[in-house]
Design a protein around this ligand. Structure first.
Ligand SMILES: [Mn+2]
Length: 351
């Protein structure tokens, strides 16, 4: 996130913009790590210290479940950005030269409670910023806790609607766009182009919207392994062959193996996996018992084993052998733990 956001700020400062808008999910949680918050504030201040207004409406990831919890996004206000991160819509008017820009921020927490949202009549130009899925948007990217934006909310006569949540740059209407994410967040997005949008509003006509790509971390989906008849040594060799000549340093890498027999994954060479974990930003080895990718994709991800999964299985097995865990509890514990690890690896939130 850090590098991508810095690149966006670099690119924004190269252009002569009047206003910067973030349409949500600045952070991936209500309580992000301190270095993540500091990185965000440092970069955001590079914009606000030049007196360019910066406005942000919180997304689902950074919105607290309880109204009494403080969202980390509130820190943004300390560097003179304006963040709406609660459960109410917020409005303000910013000056862009001699133009009064009315901005209406409807954060994730206020989406459900907002009826029709109307522009500010006293402003020259009106922008609505909100976060959620628009009706009819066919997307594979479904998340727990996301909000659907009802069409009534988007029908006010705004000059521009800045939408957040969907990770692709996408035109919903001629005046309503998703800017898209600045990073790829999973292998479903291997083909997407991270970036941001530059919007030009002139003369009351439809806005001109340009998607500006930014350099992103390489994401590599290695050719799949068919592990039919392979033992642990054979699978190790398969992994070695796929990774030996690939340029994986600093990349997010996935390698999938199908038709893998029981017991084989635990025998894969650990030094090789450790080395791959070191070289890649993230190396994920997906082990599937199914013979074909389509079957595996249809079934829920139940069998994702990485070094961590093996570690956990070994932990449970050792405690069972020592008699510290009762058989039924150990089985349930192992199954649940594996489920959590698989979901964490796939980036899905827990149920
Ligand atoms: Mn979101």
């Amino acid at each position: 996130m850090q590098e991508a956001y810095k690149r966006v700020v670099d690119a924004v400062l190269e252009r002569d913009v009047d206003l910067v808008i973030h349409s949500g999910d600045v952070f991936d949680s209500v309580r992000p790590a301190t270095h993540v918050i500091i990185g965000f504030l440092k970069q955001t201040f590079r914009i606000t210290r030049t007196d360019i207004p910066y406005l942000v409406a919180a997304g689902n990831h950074e919105t607290p479940r309880l109204r009494t919890t403080t969202a980390a996004l509130e820190y943004a206000n300390l560097v003179n950005a304006r963040s709406a991160h609660g459960f109410e819509m917020e409005r303000c008017v910013e000056a862009a030269g001699d133009v009064a820009v009315g901005v209406t921020l409807v954060p994730h927490g206020a989406v459900a409670g907002s009826g029709a949202v109307l522009p500010d009549r006293d402003a020259d130009v009106n922008i609505l910023v909100t976060h959620g899925l628009v009706p009819q948007l066919e997307t594979r990217q479904h998340e727990m806790g996301e909000a659907n934006l009802h069409s009534g909310m988007l029908e006010g006569a705004f000059d521009y609607v800045a939408l957040g949540h969907y990770h692709e740059f996408h035109e919903h209407r001629e005046n309503a766009y998703y800017a898209g994410a600045t990073e790829r967040f999973g292998f479903g997005e291997v083909a997407s182009v991270p970036g941001f949008a530059v919007v030009e509003l002139a003369g009351g006509g439809p806005p001109t919207v340009e998607h500006v790509p930014i350099e992103a971390r390489p994401m590599i989906d290695l050719p799949k392994i068919s592990a039919h008849g392979l033992d642990a040594e054979g699978l190790t060799e398969g992994i070695r062959a796929r990774t030996a000549d690939a340029d994986l340093d600093g990349a997010v890498v996935r390698l999938r193996a199908y038709d893998v027999q029981r017991g084989v994954p635990s025998g894969v060479d650990r030094d090789l996996l450790r080395d791959l974990q070191r070289r890649c930003l993230n190396f994920s080895l997906e082990i599937h018992a199914e013979q074909r990718p389509e079957e595996a994709d249809a079934a829920p991800a139940t069998a994702v084993f990485g070094p961590l999964g093996e570690e956990f299985a070994a932990f449970v097995a050792a405690r069972r052998e020592r008699g510290e865990l009762e058989k039924r509890f150990a089985e349930e514990f192992l199954e649940k733990g594996r489920g959590y690890l698989a979901r964490a690896t796939s980036g899905e939130p827990p149920p």
